[in-house]
Design a protein around this ligand. Structure first.
Ligand code: APR
Ligand code: PHB
Length: 394
């Protein structure tokens, strides 16, 4: 058994864990990270791609802005389509903030590239990861890499290991409330090698279901399509997907040329979870380990990085000034933000996704709500505020 001592043991090297470790290193606080997957897998994993201005500001302030500012796409607004009319919602004029398109795996790559070349504090491909001593002053994380069993003793553990990780299940279930909601929809997400047909995001609410055109670069489109929650990818052969995308987005996708090669395809269940509290003893839950958002409003990555930033600030206050109030307040403060983002994500999910058995009454109510958003009035301002995350961060 190899024994190591550090201040913070971080479980999981997704965006939450990597950003936390980056912030701590910038303030001279050492950490050791352990990750179940390989580096190549992390860099390739396609996830969300919309960054709020607040997230971009965090990344820039941590010295991670240069590639993002070069390659990220700045969007002053987006298109909302319903009843076959296109409406432009300008978040820049309604609330004064744009959003940015920059893939999560690019954020991950930037965070990995910012680590020292001789980095010996990040273990990939770890197996049998276990947490111990969480309620003691000496919590620890043990894992196997290659032939070695490694024991990391720390002052605190950050559980940044996502929805399927070990951190949350290491907390006695009787001390947690686990909220979970499954929406009755899935999304098929596709990464396509073709220029997006519109330069801004197009959210289309069609009687046949929701569709979204997003992008990653000027040459790579990201397309999403609502399906029933019971559907599987095998129910959706390629021609059915293209026909349905064309119909819902009102573009001609009958020509193979207009489609492009599918680089990646996933079925995403729409669900939400929140774990309360986000702390147990010396273990803090961060990002997807504590909460999942439906992808509709793209809040997952933004809220996850906010968690990391808040925990980093709390730990810095603890080590630099001996102040424990931010650590004590971490869970309550983060949960206020998390529920606010869940509220918006839930509201937008119901608004954008017509149920297969929706009545004409439901349909007309939805159209009236969308029409209110499309007017540049106070509803649109409140909507833009939540979409860019402006007030949530204050
Ligand atoms: N031990 C070590 N690492 C683990 C374990 C484990 N037992 N289980 C999972 N992990 C790793 C995963 O392999 C993954 O790399 O933890 C990491 C968690 O990363 P994410 O799931 O990306 O979660 P997070 O860093 O909180 O990022 C949130 O991810 O799912 C999206 O929408 C979400 O964009 C948001 C972002
Ligand atoms: C994405 O590009 O992945 C994306 C963008 C906006 C959303 C959801 C997903 O609302």
């Amino acid at each position: 058994m190899r024994r190591l001592r550090t201040k913070i043991a971080i479980v999981g090297a997704g965006p939450s864990g990597l950003y936390l470790s980056h912030e701590l290193r910038g303030h001279g606080i050492d950490s050791v990270m352990v990750e179940r997957c390989s580096r190549e897998h992390l860099e390739r994993r396609v996830r969300a791609g919309l960054l709020e201005e607040g997230t971009v500001r965090l990344l820039r302030a941590s010295g991670l802005g240069s590639k993002l500012d070069k390659e990220g796409l700045v969007h002053d607004g987006f298109q909302l389509r319903f009843e076959n009319n296109l409406h432009r919602i300008s978040t820049a004029s309604l609330i004064g903030e744009p959003t940015y398109i920059y893939g999560q795996q690019e954020v991950v790559k930037d965070l990995l590239a910012a680590r020292p070349l001789d980095d010996e504090t990040l273990y990939f491909d770890a197996e049998d990861v276990r947490l111990g001593g969480i309620t003691s002053d000496n919590p620890c994380v043990a894992f196997t890499v290659g032939p070695d069993r490694v024991l990391v003793e720390a002052d605190f553990i950050a559980g940044c290991d996502g929805y399927h990780g070990v951190s949350r299940p290491s907390i006695p279930a009787s001390t947690l409330t686990f909220h979970s909601r499954r929406y009755p929809f899935n999304w098929i997400g596709m990464l396509v090698s073709a220029a997006p047909f519109a330069s801004e995001l197009v959210y289309s609410v069609h009687p046949g279901g929701f569709a979204l055109q997003s992008m990653r670069t000027p040459e790579i489109s990201r397309l999403y399509l609502q399906t029933d929650a019971r559907d599987e990818l095998s129910d959706w052969p390629e021609t059915r997907i293209w026909d349905e995308l064309g119909r819902r987005l009102y573009v001609d996708m009958s020509e193979t040329r207009a489609r492009g090669a599918i680089l990646e395809q996933v079925m995403v269940p729409l669900r939400a979870t929140v774990t309360e509290p986000m702390r147990y003893g010396r273990l803090f839950l961060v990002g997807d380990a504590a909460h999942i958002f439906p992808p509709t409003a793209a809040k997952g990555l933004n809220v996850a990085l906010e968690d990391s930033s808040a925990l980093a600030r709390a730990l810095i206050a603890w080590y630099d000034r001996g102040q424990g109030d931010l650590l004590e307040g971490y869970s309550a403060a983060r949960l206020r933000s998390v529920w606010r983002a869940q509220d918006f994500s839930s509201w937008l999910t119901w608004l954008f996704h017509p149920a297969a058995d929706a009545s004409a009454f439901d349909y007309n109510l939805r159209t009236a709500s969308l029409a209110r958003l499309a007017e540049a009035g106070s509803t649109a301002v409140a909507f833009a505020d939540e979409y860019v995350g402006y007030s949530r961060r204050r």
